[in-house]
Design a binder for this molecule. Structure first.
Ligand SMILES: C[S@@+](CC[C@H](N)C(=O)[O-])C[C@H]1O[C@@H](n2cnc3c(N)ncnc32)[C@H](O)[C@@H]1O
Ligand code: SF4
Ligand code: SF4
Ligand code: SF4
Length: 411
């Protein structure tokens, strides 16, 4: 007799425990070391060689196999089942799909936490307008379908409208401007509406006193909210982001209520990340935390495969800074993979540094590499790197109380 997991199940070993990934339901089931070893042995040998079905000391294992069968995760076979799945076809190399363009490092706000260290005095802008235009064409040719104009404050870049027109002419499917919205006027709203541009902005409170204490720009809240009204009246798709730090940690509910009143999607705000001016322990909120990583974990066939080949978030993304540097994400400021003033975009995309970033998997990450949840769990490399005292790219994920070496979730 033989025992095999179903064709849609995958067994993943961790240092102390294992997990069965059910790619049909998406559920991930944690199993102990004994169960893991049993299933690994069953993959290799007939059941009779692995355990004695009638022996009292093996009853727990037999019961376990019956339980898995009832759960639809495995089956007994009288004859040896045909060899497992054919090996997966070689994965396509990654392609660019999304890029951020940081049009300027300048900003009229001076937010306490700004990862880009933007403000009125920032002056690292070096990309000529023609290079932004040619870059948009190169990015489209490389496969990108989505683009975001960001900064600093992108509306301080005098010719931003021409870049939107260029992206439209190149048939980008998704164009977004991430702006503090203080400079948005009727003309700007009409332009975005005409060109199908989405807008993202940020609020730090539902009142001027706290919001302006974060932006260090008196009057900014009133301007941002006036713009939000105009954008919503024009029915332009709007996202509102919010970041929580000590200065505004009591505003979480107010921000979420305000977004709900405005009819804008509400998600619990993120905590300030340790990058740029945000890399300052004094900014951290005293009590507000994002919920830590915890089971249940879920997956799907595509994500499961992707998690073994490349980074599930970074793959296919780049950010281009106002100085022309290419980094894998707006928060990964130190991971410079090339510069579009010195090279074509294609050369940077094919370069080893960016490819390595895109191919970072949890199989390389400290602690996670020994965890059975590693192909279902999310990851933010810039956050892990920024939080690490030695700023290592492969530092373990933050906010995870799981210890894969003991198999225990710590309090
Ligand atoms: C750098 S800003 C650029 C766009 C625009 N100036 C704005 O503030 O909306 C983009 C987003 O990054 C957020 N941000 C800035 N520094 C951050 C940090 N250290 N951690 C987390 N988010 C941060 C801002 O709050 C804003 O929502
Ligand atoms: S977070 Fe945005 S608005 Fe604030 S200083 Fe940075 S770029 Fe400017
Ligand atoms: S963060 Fe790492 S250690 Fe924690 S559950 Fe996810 S993969 Fe496992
Ligand atoms: S989750 Fe992390 S890696 Fe992904 S875009 Fe956000 S900051 Fe970058």
């Amino acid at each position: 007799m033989y025992y095999r997991l179903q064709e849609y199940c995958r067994l993943v070993a961790g240092a102390r425990r294992g997990a069965i990934y059910n790619l049909q339901t998406g559920k991930v089931l944690s199993i102990n070391q004994g169960a893991l070893q049993l299933l690994l042995a069953c993959q290799q040998s007939p059941l009779e060689d692995v355990l004695d079905i009638r022996a009292p000391e093996d009853k727990t294992f037999v019961d376990f196999l019956h339980r898995l069968t009832e759960m639809g995760l495995g089956s007994f076979y009288l004859d040896k089942p045909a060899a497992g799945r054919a090996p997966a076809p070689a994965a396509e190399p990654s392609k660019l799909n999304f890029l951020w363009l940081e049009l300027t490092s300048s900003c009229n706000n001076k937010c306490l936490h700004c990862y880009a260290t933007s403000g009125p005095c920032a002056d690292s802008d070096a990309v000529p307008h023609d290079r932004w235009l040619s870059l948009i064409s190169e990015a489209r040719a490389a496969g990108a379908g989505a683009i975001q104009l960001i900064g600093g404050e992108p509306l301080l870049y005098p010719r931003w409208r021409e870049l939107v027109e260029k992206a439209r002419a190149e048939n980008f499917e998704f164009i977004e401007i991430f702006t503090n919205a203080t400079l948005i006027d009727d003309d700007c709203v009409a332009f975005c509406k005409r060109h199908g541009v989405n807008i993202a902005t940020t609020i730090y409170a539902d009142n001027a006193a706290v919001h302006d204490r974060v932006t260090l720009n008196p009057g900014s809240f009133a301007k941002t909210m006036a713009a939000v009204d105009k954008i919503l009246a024009a029915k332009i798709p709007l996202r509102i982001a919010s970041i929580i730090m000590k200065a505004n940690e009591h505003e979480v509910k107010n921000i979420m209520d305000l977004c709900a009143r405005l009819g804008v999607e509400v998600t619990p705000p993120d905590v300030v990340r340790p990058t740029g001016r945000g890399d300052d322990k004094d900014l951290l909120p005293a009590a507000y935390v994002k919920p830590p990583i915890r089971p249940p974990f879920y997956t799907d066939p595509e994500t499961f495969d992707k998690a073994q080949r490349c980074h599930t978030c970074l793959d296919g993304k780049i950010a281009v800074t106002a100085g022309g540097d290419v980094i894998p994400c707006i928060f990964a400021r130190s991971e410079i993979c090339g510069n579009i003033l010195a090279s074509s975009l294609a050369d940077v995309l094919n370069g080893q540094r960016l490819q390595q970033c895109w191919r970072t998997t949890k199989d390389q990450v400290e602690k996670c590499k020994d965890c059975e949840y590693r192909y279902a769990c999310t990851d933010c490399r810039p956050l892990a790197q920024g939080s690490d005292s030695a700023k290592r790219w492969l530092a373990c994920s933050v906010d995870c109380p799981y210890n894969p070496y003991t198999g225990k979730w710590e309090e």
